[in-house]
Design a protein. Structure first.
Lengths: 203, 203
């Protein structure tokens, strides 16, 4: 147990904004930061590792986890379900590690309700034109799918006022640096560091 | 007028912690940040410039400024009085500039009451031993004065829970970097940047 509890960071963004790239780079630079691994009912894809990318579980096990209240948040789709196991999050925080959780906007609100101390970060693209360019650049989607994603992005972005911080992902280093500042500042909040400061001063 | 209002930062610390050195270095690195110049009734010391170090005013003018409510906070001592003129602070913030105000702990509470958006930063020495060493190193005070300052520091430090952030001044670059993180994070707070983000996205 650390004398300092870790902070849970929730990162959300409209699809195509590049949140996975930003968070991967952040974790590379800060290996002391934990990453929340989701449980999912979908099958592993090539190169995915159990316990690193996802916990791959059966539909039955997933339903059981819901029933036992083991998820901080979860989402069920027709194709597969995804959930954040609460135990791993709480263990990391209790050990004094900060943890990053990358989830959809609805999930973020659920996490904030259950863990009011969580810090919510919303990544926005530099512009909708750039977002469309990035989605198109993937070359994996039809015009219809791109149009649907853009419409979804415009709806999702209206939720940014429910977040604590907004970071523009114009370049990955810039977005990473902004999130580093947020994490550094959060650690300096009196409410979070006062006990360890007092300890250091012997009072 | 900027589309973003500046933020008022109040920095306090027990005497000897090195707050003036830290803030001077911060302003050198960030000349876009404004520094709040106090009004005082004391005489200028050698090298001090009117309007840069202080506004030097008469006791009569100071009393008039109090009566007219021109101070954000002020303190009267037997030797001299000091006050923060509100107009300069509000002008800088309205122009979108962040402003730093270095004041005593009682003054900080008064500022927070009048400007609840102000961000309060408390600088602490790495240890009381180090603080005493620094006070002694000045070579300007008697043992009695040093003992009195140490007693005052121990009392003042108990107010750190009234501040938003606590920064340890173990080295000046480290303390400056921590305050830079705080200022960067504050600018990313959704409440502060959402309008300009929306503007950038054309929504």
């Amino acid at each position: 147990m650390s004398d300092r509890k870790g902070t849970l960071y929730v990162v959300s963004a409209p699809s195509g904004t590049g949140k996975d790239t930003v968070v991967r780079e952040l974790l590379r630079l800060h290996p002391e930061t934990a990453f929340s691994v989701s449980a999912t009912t979908r099958a592993p894809r090539e190169g995915e590792t159990e316990g690193k990318d996802y916990y791959f579980v059966t539909r039955e096990r997933f339903a059981e986890m819901i029933e036992r209240g083991e998820f901080l948040e979860y989402a069920e789709y027709t194709t597969a379900s995804y959930g954040t196991p609460a135990a791993a999050v709480d263990a990391a925080l209790a050990a004094g590690r900060d943890m990053i959780l990358v989830i959809e906007i609805n999930g973020a609100n659920n996490v904030k309700r259950k863990r009011p101390d969580a810090v919510l970060v919303f990544l926005v693209p530099p512009s909708f034109e750039e977002l469309e360019r990035r989605l198109r650049g993937r070359g994996t989607e039809t015009e219809e799918q791109i149009a649907a994603r853009m419409e979804k992005a415009r709806a999702e972005i209206l939720h940014m006022d429910e977040y604590d911080y907004i970071v523009k992902n114009d370049t990955v280093p810039h977005a990473v640096s902004d999130i580093e500042s947020i994490m550094a500042a959060e650690r300096l909040k009196a409410a979070k560091c006062i006990e360890s400061v007092k300890g250091g001063l012997g009072i």
